[in-house]
Design a protein around this ligand. Structure first.
Ligand code: PRX
Length: 581
C-alpha cells in the first residue's frame, strides 16, 4: 500500500446509490426481493432475460430509445432501438422454433462482433434455448471441444468462420443447423445451411408470453482450469437481477448514459456487462466490431459521447503505451466513470487514469462462475490503487486458509464467497462432480489468492492454480499442451504464463522433441503457427523453448511450477518427487 488513496475530483457530488452503504462493511445480507420489485418481476408470469432486457423497455417509454449503436470495423454504422430489438429477437425466436429447436436446446454463436450476435442471443433466450457464445478468434480445436461438450444443436456463424470449421463438422453429430449471417451478400449456401436473412424474413415479429422461469438455464460460457478441457459454466435467467443491480452500483448507470464495454461477447464480460447489465437497465450502449487502436478508441468515445466505460487492464496499459499525445487529439470529456476487470489493474494504471482522464479507473473483480461483479470500487468511494475494492451488497467474501478456515486481515489465503448469490453458476455442463468440488466447508472457492486490509478492501495476489491469465483471457495450460502434442515433432510440452508488461502474462511452452527432430528456429516458428491455427492467437504460445525433458512427478504429472521457477530464475524448491530436470 505505497500509493495514496485517490478520489474523483467531484467525489462529494457523487450520490451514494440506493442500497450501497458508504460505511464499511459493504456486502453481507441483502434483500434481493427489493431489486425484483424495482424490475417489476412477477414470478407467476415467468422470468426471462430477454423480457427484462428488451421487451419490457419496448413496451414502455423507452421503446424508441437507442439500445445499440454499432460501428463496424470498416466504419459502417447501425443503430437499434429497444423496439427494433424486441421485434428482431422475436423473429429469431420464431425462426428457431420453425427449425424445430426446443427449450433447453443449445444454440451457439461463432461470429464476429456484429449486431446479429445480440439479436440471436436474445432471440434464443426468448424461446428458452441455452446460448453459448464463442470467440470469433477461436481456431477449430476450441470450437470443436465446446460444441461437442455442449451437444449444441444450432450454430450461428459467418461464411468465413464456417469455412474455418468445415473440416470438423462430421465430428459434431448433434449439430443440426448452421445459420449463416451473410453480411456481404452473395454467399452460395451449402446444402443444409439456413441463411439468417431468409429465416428472419419468414418469421413473425411477435412472440407472445414468457417461456422460462427464474431457474431455467440461460447461458453457458466455457472457462479453463488447470487440468482437462474447458468446462461450461451454466447460468440461469434469474442472474438478471444481479446484472441489473450491479449496473447501478458498480457501473453507476443513469438513464442518459452512453456505455461502452470493450469486451467481446465470446467472454463472460461481453455478455453479463456487454448485454445483460446495460439493457436490463435500459441503457444505450456502443459496440465496436474492430480491435484495439488507441486513436480509434478515443474517437469512438468522442463520437458517441461515451459516459461510462468498462474495459480491461491490458487495454489500459496499451493506451498508456500509446501515450498522452493521442488522448489530447480527442475530446473525451464526456467520460464520467471508468471501470476495469479481468486481471490485476496495476496502481500505475490507476494513477495514469487520474492524469489523462481526470478520474481514477475503478477496478472490480468477478469470474465466469460468479456471473456478476462481486467485489468493486464504487464511484463514491476512495480508490486504493491496486485494490479490487469491497464486496457488493449480498456478497460475503472471505480469505480462507488451506483448511477453509477464515483468516484475519493482512493474511494471504484463498478468496472465497458464501454461495447463494443470484448470478452464481448452477453447474458445469456434464460435470456435476467438478461443480461440487468448487464448494468447501460452506464456501465457494474462487481459485484466486488474495488478502484484505483493515478496512475490508480486497487485494489480489495471484491464481491458486496453473491457469494463465493473458490479456484478461484465462488459458488452461492443458489445452495448449494438447494442441502442441498433436504435432509430429513434439514428445511432450509444458505450458506456463510468462510475465509480460502489457498482457500481464503471455503463454510460453517448453517443448521436448521426439528423436530425430532438431530444435531449430524454423521448427519453433512452425510450432507457433501450428498452435495458432488450432487454438486462437490470444491463447497460442508467444514463446517456445526447447528442453531435453520436462520436470515430472513420479506419477508422470508435469510440474509446471518448476518450469515457471526456471523461467523466473527462482530457486526450484523441493524437487524430491521429480524424475529428472
Ligand atoms: O484470476 C481472476 C482474474 O480473472 C479470473 C476470472 O476470469 P474469467 O472467469 O475469465 O472472468 C472474467 C470476468 C471478470 C479471476 O479468477 N480477475 C478478474 N478480475 C480481476 C482478476 N484478477 C485481478 N484483479 C481483478 N480485478
Amino acid at each position: 500500500m505505497n500509493y495514496p488513496e485517490i478520489t474523483k475530483p467531484d467525489i462529494d457530488k457523487i450520490p451514494v446509490r440506493p442500497n450501497l452503504d458508504p460505511n464499511f462493511p459493504l456486502g453481507g445480507e441483502f434483500d434481493w426481493a427489493s431489486i425484483e420489485k424495482e424490475m417489476d418481476i412477477n414470478h407467476q408470469e415467468g422470468l426471462n432475460l430477454t423480457h427484462l432486457a428488451i421487451d419490457r423497455h419496448a413496451a414502455s417509454s423507452r421503446r424508441d430509445k437507442v439500445a445499440l449503436y454499432w460501428e463496424g470495423k470498416n466504419g459502417d454504422r447501425e443503430s437499434y432501438t429497444f423496439g427494433d430489438l424486441s421485434k428482431l429477437t422475436s423473429r429469431f425466436a420464431n425462426a428457431l422454433l420453425g427449425l424445430g429447436v426446443k427449450k433447453g436446446d443449445r444454440v451457439f454463436t461463432f461470429l464476429e462482433r456484429v449486431p446479429e450476435i445480440y439479436i440471436a442471443i436474445f432471440g434464443s433466450l426468448k424461446m428458452g434455448a441455452i446460448v453459448g457464445p464463442l470467440f470469433a478468434d477461436f481456431g477449430p480445436d476450441p470450437v470443436r471441444d465446446r460444441l461437442q461438450d455442449s451437444g449444441a444443436k444450432v450454430l450461428l456463424t459467418s461464411p468465413s468462420l464456417r469455412e474455418r470449421i468445415a473440416p470438423l463438422l462430421p465430428e459434431l453429430p448433434d449439430l443440426k443447423h448452421l445459420i449463416i449471417v451473410d453480411r456481404a451478400g452473395g454467399y452460395p449456401a451449402q446444402a443444409g445451411d439456413s441463411i439468417y436473412g431468409e429465416i428472419m424474413d419468414a418469421a413473425s415479429p411477435d412472440f407472445p408470453g414468457i417461456t422460462t422461469g427464474a431457474e431455467d438455464y440461460s447461458i453457458m460460457h466455457y472457462t479453463s482450469g488447470t487440468t482437462g478441457k474447458p468446462k461450461g459454466a451454466v447460468h440461469v435467467h434469474h442472474a438478471a437481477i444481479q446484472h441489473f443491480a450491479t449496473g447501478k452500483w458498480v457501473l453507476d448507470f443513469h438513464e442518459d448514459d452512453v456505455y461502452w464495454c470493450t469486451a467481446d461477447p465470446g467472454w463472460v464480460t461481453g455478455t453479463s456487462y456487454g448485454m445483460f447489465s446495460p439493457w436490463t437497465n435500459g441503457i444505450t450502449q456502443v459496440v465496436y466490431e474492430g480491435g484495439f487502436r488507441a486513436s480509434t478508441w478515443y474517437s469512438l468515445i468522442e463520437r458517441y459521447k461515451v459516459t461510462v466505460w468498462y474495459t480491461a487492464p491490458t487495454a489500459i496499459r496499451m493506451l498508456m503505451k500509446a501515450g498522452e499525445k493521442v488522448v489530447g487529439q480527442h475530446d473525451i470529456s464526456s467520460l464520467r466513470h471508468i471501470c476495469s476487470v479481468g486481471e490485476p489493474l496495476n496502481p500505475e494504471a490507476v494513477i495514469w487514469g487520474l492524469k489523462v482522464f481526470q478520474q481514477p479507473i475503478h477496478d472490480n473483480w468477478w469470474q465466469t462462475e460468479t456471473g456478476a461483479q462481486l467485489i468493486a470500487n464504487y464511484a463514491f468511494m476512495a480508490v486504493r490503487p491496486g485494490s479490487m475494492g469491497r464486496p457488493t451488497p449480498g456478497i460475503t467474501a472471505a480469505i480462507l486458509d488451506e483448511n477453509y478456515a477464515e483468516l484475519p486481515p493482512g493474511k494471504e489465503g484463498q478468496l472465497a464467497i458464501k454461495p447463494g448469490w443470484p448470478s452464481m453458476f448452477r453447474t458445469y455442463w456434464n460435470n456435476p462432480e467438478l461443480y461440487q468440488s468448487r464448494f468447501q466447508n460452506g464456501w465457494y472457492i474462487t481459485g484466486d489468492n488474495a488478502y484484505t486490509d483493515d478496512d475490508g478492501y480486497f487485494w489480489f495476489v495471484g491464481r491458486a492454480d496453473d491457469v494463465i491469465n493473458t490479456a484478461g483471457h484465462l488459458v488452461g495450460p492443458f489445452e495448449v499442451e494438447s494442441a502442441l502434442m498433436e504435432h509430429p515433432a513434439v514428445a511432450e510440452a509444458g505450458v506456463i504464463g510468462k510475465p509480460d508488461p502489457i498482457a500481464m502474462e503471455v503463454v510460453k511452452a517448453f517443448v521436448a522433441l521426439k528423436d530425430g527432430y532438431e530444435p531449430t528456429p524454423e521448427l519453433r516458428r512452425e510450432l507457433m503457427q501450428f498452435a495458432r491455427r488450432k487454438l486462437a492467437s490470444a491463447t497460442a504460445p508467444r514463446d517456445i523453448e526447447f528442453i531435453d525433458s520436462l520436470p515430472k512427478t513420479r506419477s508422470g504429472k508435469i510440474m509446471r511450477r518448476l518450469l515457471k521457477a526456471k523461467e523466473l530464475g527462482l530457486p526450484l524448491g523441493d524437487t524430491s518427487t521429480l524424475e529428472e530436470f
